[in-house]
Design a binder for this molecule. Sequence first.
Ligand SMILES: Cc1cc2nc3c(=O)[nH]c(=O)nc-3n(C[C@H](O)[C@H](O)[C@H](O)COP(=O)(O)OP(=O)(O)OC[C@H]3O[C@@H](n4cnc5c(N)ncnc54)[C@H](O)[C@@H]3O)c2cc1C
Length: 385
Amino acid sequence: MTSAASLCIVEPVQAEADRFTSAGTWERAGAAWTSEQKKRLICCRVFAETHDVRTFVFSTEEGLPISFEPGQFITVSAEIKGQPVTRCYTISSPPTRPYTLSITVKRVPGGAMSNWLHDSLKPGGVLQAHGPSGVFTPTSHPAAKSLYLSAGSGVTPLMSMTRASIDLGLDRDIVFVHSSRTPEDIIFRDELRRLAAESSRLEVIHVCEAVGNEPDWKGPVGRLSLELLLQRVPDFKEREVFTCGPAGYMNAAKDILRRGGHDPSRYHQESFDIGAAEVERDARQAAATSNPVAAERRQTYTVRLARSSSTFTIDDSQTVLAAAKQAGVAVASSCSQGICGTCKTRLIEGTVDMRHNGGIRQREIDKGMRLLCCSRATSDLVLDL
Ligand SMILES: Cc1cc2nc3c(=O)[nH]c(=O)nc-3n(C[C@H](O)[C@H](O)[C@H](O)COP(=O)(O)OP(=O)(O)OC[C@H]3O[C@@H](n4cnc5c(N)ncnc54)[C@H](O)[C@@H]3O)c2cc1C
């Protein structure tokens, strides 16, 4: 029997879930801006989060609202020292505040874009960016209970998700475990403290590797561990897990959860660690080159560029992007992991084995587009370049 009382309980919970997990919610929140579309973003505010992390707040040139999903990123480009540089940055602000968007950037020693942003981008400055992209979002993984695990600047997508959930007034159960080097490296520390104080169902746990300049630090010291999860988040096996941080941290988190019996199908991660992806690929390529048997068996193909009529060769140990770069062909690229879509190119002839991570839609694949960073040739190719 369906009583009025039971309807009262069931309906709000369903409506609440829909508000957070339906892409439509975010589409309604602002004007569409696709990942293929470049816009000029006007910087309205810059502020320090820690000694080496800054948040940059932007509005669009037209002042229109922007729609995106919590956890998505934009792909920004700038000319730095005469060279075009493109990088991905997660939108750290929530889609519930659609008139501005923020990115929160850690300064990377020797890094082109992060240093340029920190040193040169001031309020009133302009940044070019391609629209929101990415599948690391709760939209496709509805869950009443979540566990957010992040380290360093990997906090940004989870911060957008947390802010959105609280802005929508959702009664969601979130445990947010963030790892930092020392207490003074904790990004969004004051805001997370305030949000946790305001919301009975958000718990924030900061884990620091060392106490640094804060000897009276009361939180856990060390690294994320199974013991810590069992003690502080005993129901972690029931939670949808979202993880973001350096490659080493994510490998450790995944292993801890696996050992703790967490269902891997409820684990989602995003890597910012382009270096790690490239190092891994270079190692694979080096192994393939140094192994004479493998080298002999390697298949080689020809790639022709339709616009310039130039050609280069590729073997099956290389991605098309790596081979193009090796041959001196300038191809716009950023994440190297099949996430950001910057290297999307039309394949006019031939076949590739593409292993992407959400950076291309099925309808684009159907139209012949491919991401060169995660495609390996399986025949001779002709590219629209
Ligand atoms: C989906 C996604 C979302 C992201 N979101 C964020 C975010 O929210 N916040 C954030 O801070 N970052 C984020 N990143 C990382 C960001 O895109 C950049 O990778 C990061 O800011 C470093 O870029 P950079 O241009 O400063 O450094 P790069 O110029 O790319 O350099 C990186 C490192 O490589 C070294 N290096 C560069 N060139 C060479 C060379 N030729 N030989 C040897 N070493 C070299 C540099 O010294 C430096 O240590 C995200 C990445 C992805 C993929």
